[in-house]
Design a protein around this ligand. Sequence first.
Ligand SMILES: Nc1ncnc2c1ncn2[C@@H]1O[C@H](COP(=O)(O)OP(=O)(O)OP(=O)(O)O)[C@@H](O)[C@H]1O
Ligand SMILES: [Mg+2]
Length: 385
Amino acid sequence: MNDLSNISSLRLGITAGGQLAKMLVLSASNWDIKTYVMDADPHCPASHNCTKFFKGSHTSYDDVYRFGQEVDMITYEIESINVEALKKLKSEGKIILPDPEVLEIIQDKGLQKLFFKEHQIPTADFKLFKDKSEIIMAIQKDELRVPFVQKVRQGGYDGRGVIVVDDPTKLSKLMDAPSVVEEKIRIKKEIAVIAARNTLGEVNHFPAVEMEFNPEANLVEKLICPADIPPDISTKAGKLADKLISAWNMTGLLAIEMFLDENDGLWINEVAPRPHNSGHHTIESNVTSQFEQLLRAILGLPLGSMELKKPAIMLNLLGEPGYEGIAKYLGLHETLQIAGVKVHLYGKKFTKPFRKMGHITILGNSRQDAIDKANQVKNHIKIIS
Ligand SMILES: Nc1ncnc2c1ncn2[C@@H]1O[C@H](COP(=O)(O)OP(=O)(O)OP(=O)(O)O)[C@@H](O)[C@H]1O
Ligand SMILES: [Mg+2]
């Protein structure tokens, strides 16, 4: 898009309408861009803030295709979109960014891994299997040995569709689906880097963040920026991120999850071509947020500075286990008494155990200061019903 003199009338389509779309809508609204959101749920987080809401499923060819007729360009907040509809729209001249061809590869963890291999991107060694019986056969023939990690090729998210088979008893949990089976990495830390590339080919990345998972829910619970890793590893992670987004020749954001192993080796785990949970803190802690950066990238604007202004922690606000029903937020007053605390509630009416209901960014004067404040916040806030 070269002529932005009419940016106020630009109709930006976003599928679907979860919290990532909501934050993108809020950012686009700063530039008076008109946001059109499609989601199957009329009460989804982005529905209340967007310019126009369309009810429709992002997995349906007809719904996505029809939505495309209403907007000037489409971007997305979720991978599982009907890619055939996006390709059709693109062939008819609609701007779809990131490219549907990139999305199509990333939707399939098998194709993703093959892409890494082809471009000499370090990733855990892997094999592809058609189904569970093929995996069992490989074990019987001693071609595959425990420990390993099985991942379904399509449709997994938030740890669903991934099993770590670290002892033979776990073999009973093998999933019967086309899968990637990969070497189990001895992980010291999980980090993430979000890279951006604009239509002009300019590339940059946010500083690496460190992710801590909730062991029960297999969800990111806490994220710390900057990551506590040696400077040379942080530089290496950034270079890998730039290399990967350039290899795809894509326009937009690429969120890259990486493992740092016990010998300080870096391995690419998986990628997502969209804003990511590991970039929420950038709204307050970086010069440019991931959402503004996505807009800059797809509109052909210069990328903004991705520099960290202050150390930050991001806490995902997950629904408290044991509660299901209309959400109630406890401890907001106490939480907001702490300096540098920014609360984001997504506006999901119903809570359930471990549902992502919001997040909190905590800015600190040092990394330790942010960690101390985050520990206080965790004691105050709870989402129950
Ligand atoms: N090769 C591996 N070795 C060791 N642990 C692994 C490996 N692959 C995945 N894991 C563990 O499983 C988690 C989930 O894996 P992965 O990120 O591939 O799945 P996902 O369901 O797409 O995740 P999400 O949607 O939460 O990002 C990782 O964060 C990591 O803790
Ligand atoms: Mg992951």
